[in-house]
Design a protein. Structure first.
Lengths: 201, 201
DNA sequence: ACTGCAACTTGCAGTCACTGCAAGAATAGT
DNA sequence: ACTATTCTTGCAGTGACTGCAAGTTGCAGT
């Protein structure tokens, strides 16, 4: 279940290790002292790197704490979605796609869980997390444009994108409420059910 | 339709004028040169105020550009919602409540429109705008806690909050697509319809 | 092993958002 | 007119983040 094709070259391994070290240090220090009482310099030297290098890895302190990374969507899931599948009904196909994003969201469960816990105590991180959703949604909109050729939908991209974002966050919250049982994607059906429940009143 | 109880005391008037001046300067300069090529100092002196005073009015440069302010929800709307009304069905009552928020979101239409236009060219502003929604949702969750006493709902607060945020943004986007006809709240039904359309597939 | 290449790290100097503090100016209440 | 309150402002400081140029390190070909 832990993704990542494992480091091949020595360089790729170091890159991976350094990244992890930065995230680990950031999460630990912020957990101990709070987001505003930890400097990037402290995080960097705790990870044995320079401050300048920190910013070669992350755009901001918050990103490091959340362990934000590029999302590499499974090419199979991607192809199926753009082809108009797997079911042909937008809502359930969207659910499958979001599940694809969620499982690749973090390199490991523990890191994601720590990130969620920190979000509970640091509201700013929630905002950054949602901002990251925006990036994923940007990716999604490209897929949607492709999918429209195969199977047009009467719903506009914006709405679909926002619902995707809602499902990501909703299942993350459900995951947290369950005290982090399984992974976030496992709680997606629950998120969809809640949404339908509200709409059907 | 322009809200605001009009300035009474001299102090309240100045406060209002200075705030407006800052927003106006911020929106104009950022429109001309872009968000990252305008400093707070430039905005402040364009408004005839000191940099330090700028931060007495806004928490950040982005906030000034968006003209973000505290939301004063109509007490009538508020009371009706917490009492379990007006219709008794959560979804449509939520719609009424969101409409209440939207109409009081900006002191005037033009400012809201300019903010929307700037968001189109400056993605960072979108994120700040969504972050502001989070604040509104925080307010909403208090109302929900109150309403539950009068009329319990099987849907959890998080989901309701996220849908409220979605509706705010969705109707703002629909407003922009209509080339800013009427106000944002006028496009709420459209937003709800799109959401239902997606859910019903 | 030697060499040239590309990727990566690092220090340095700089910009700018944002904050606490304390002094001064404007205003409101009496 | 006197006083308390509110608001503005300058000042000094912190820390995030950036571009640049100089090392350093792993990599490929010979």
């Amino acid at each position: 279940m832990t993704s990542s094709p494992l480091p091949s070259s020595a360089r790729a391994r170091q890159k991976r290790e350094r990244r992890l070290a930065l995230i680990e240090a950031a999460q630990r220090l912020v957990g101990e002292r709070g987001l505003d009482d930890v400097t990037v310099e402290e995080i960097s030297s705790a990870a044995g790197l320079s401050t300048r290098t920190f910013f070669n890895y992350f755009d901001s302190k918050d990103d490091a704490v959340l362990g934000i990374q590029e999302i590499d969507l499974d090419p199979g899931v991607r192809a199926q979605f753009t082809a108009g599948g797997p079911s042909g009904r937008m809502m359930s196909d969207l659910e499958a796609l979001v599940a694809g994003f969620l499982t690749n969201a973090a390199p490991n469960i523990e890191q994601g869980e720590r990130a969620m816990r920190l979000m509970m105590s640091e509201p700013r991180l929630v905002q950054r997390h949602i901002a990251w959703h925006q990036r994923v949604i940007g990716e999604l909109e490209e897929l949607l444009a492709e999918r429209r050729k195969a199977r047009p939908s009467p719903v506009d991209d914006d709405t679909i994108g926002m619902v995707a974002g809602l499902l990501m966050r909703s299942s993350a919250l459900a995951w947290a409420r369950s005290d982090y049982e399984g992974d976030a994607a496992a709680h997606l059906p629950e998120a969809v059910a809640q949404l339908r429940l509200l709409l059907d009143d």
